[in-house]
Ligand binder design. Structure first.
Ligand SMILES: Cc1ncc(COP(=O)(O)O)c(C=O)c1O
Length: 397
């Protein structure tokens, strides 16, 4: 797994739609193509609610400057924690707000997973989860992901065969990297398995609010009804902006109490300035507006991605996502996606290879992040990937 910058960012620093257009400019007689990133799991600047954020900051700083500018506690900004607790129907003591959900994940892994512990992951899964678990010395049990979520019967067989996981990491909605969603039946079955075999479900859910088709499903946290089998993480990175770095965990009071202690030792408190702004953003109704804007853009970007794939790479197989940022493309068996990545990069287009999200396999697959690119540029990007693909196919013939 190669090291990259923040999620999906590319070492070349491509910035998708936020870069000035270079198309049509000539330097030394060579036309420069605009770089287009299908690699970044981030919203483009045009769908970030900058004005509402500015108003929220002004109000937060005026109303309660002490809460914004003091250290605070490791629990997080009091008003934000209260808002999150209400949203999830839990006590404030069951919430810890962190610097992005990545920090929440790291605290949870640090608290709950030791060297040699078995952790179930979906295959494919978020590459940073794999990296974090590997760094902790955990033993990763990768269970295949299907279009309706993790293969729960394959997990049941592994459990029956003696696997004793400590934790199962599940991304239930519009999964990163596949864009698939866990069905209600599988959510219920996972809870049964967790009960039967005594493991914790880590429900990593940053995309939950971004459904633009189909019916919303209940979280496993809510289905668990307070039995403490589920610890839940989410984030404002995908609905507001990643630069704000605000995420959170919800779990049993005991586990969250331990994580708060860990957080105190780590950083005294998370960024109170950021959390004060987010608290105001949530309470004022700006969050719901932002979610609508982002969803509308994502739907258009998803549609553009699917249409371009069908037009330019008809042999590509994919499941149409009902929300979120990502789409997983399978090319025919034997396709050389590593070669395609290099050839596409020469044409100014980046994406992430399937192998980055798996311990093994994925050589003929890749992830498209359509979140940061306008529909016109998505079409152009897919056309360029298709031309690279045809060139490679021609060379192999
Ligand atoms: C499944 C998953 N978990 C966690 C994160 C981290 O998000 P944050 O920006 O809140 O740290 C991401 C970001 O892409 C993600 O896809």
């Amino acid at each position: 797994m190669p090291e990259r910058g923040p999620e999906g960012s590319h070492p070349n620093g491509y910035h998708g739609a936020s870069l000035p257009r270079l198309s049509g400019r000539y330097r030394g007689g060579v036309a420069e193509l605009q770089n287009i990133s299908l690699a970044r799991g981030a919203p483009s600047l045009d769908i970030v609610a900058v004005d509402d954020l500015r108003v929220s900051a002004d109000r937060a700083f005026e109303r309660d400057p002490n809460a914004a500018f003091s250290y605070g506690t490791s629990a997080g900004h009091t008003a934000l924690v209260a808002w999150l607790a209400k949203r999830h129907g839990v006590a404030p003591e069951q919430v810890v707000a962190t610097n992005g959900s990545m920090q929440a994940d790291a605290f949870l892994f640090q608290q709950a997973v030791g060297p040699g512990d078995i952790v179930v992951v979906e295959a494919p899964t978020y590459d940073r989860t794999l990296l974090a678990l590997r760094n902790l010395g955990a033993e990763v049990l990768a269970i295949p992901l299907e279009a309706d979520g993790i293969d729960v019967e394959a997990l049941a067989r592994a459990l029956d065969a003696g696997a004793r996981p400590r934790l199962a990491h599940i991304i239930p909605n519009f999964q990163n990297p596949a864009g698939y969603t866990l069905s209600l039946e599988k959510r219920q079955r996972l809870l049964e398995l967790a009960d039967e075999h005594d493991f914790l479900i880590f429900e990593d859910d940053p995309y939950v609010e971004l459904r633009f088709a189909g019916a919303q499903l209940p979280t496993m946290l809510s289905l668990d009804e307070g039995r403490g089998r589920v610890v839940y993480a989410s984030s404002f990175s995908k609905t507001v902006c990643p630069g704000i770095r605000v995420g959170y965990l919800v779990g049993s009071q005991e586990l969250i109490g331990d994580i708060r202690k860990l957080a105190t030792q780590t950083y005294i408190s998370p960024s109170m300035v950021s959390q004060a702004i987010v608290a105001e953003f949530c309470e004022s109704g700006a969050l719901e507006r932002s979610i609508e804007t982002v969803k509308q853009a994502l739907r258009e970007r998803r549609d553009a991605t699917c249409a371009a794939l069908q037009e330019f790479i008809p042999e590509a197989q994919f499941v149409v996502p009902e929300g979120g940022y990502f789409l997983w493309v399978d090319l025919p068996e034997g396709a050389d996606v590593a070669g395609l990545e290099a050839a596409s990069k020469e044409r100014g287009v980046t994406f992430v290879k399937g192998t980055d999200f798996l311990l093994e396999g994925g050589e003929n697959s890749f992830r498209i992040a359509y979140s940061g690119v306008t529909p016109e540029l998505i079409r152009e990007a897919v056309e360029r990937v298709a031309s690279a693909w045809r060139e490679l196919a021609g060379a192999a013939a």
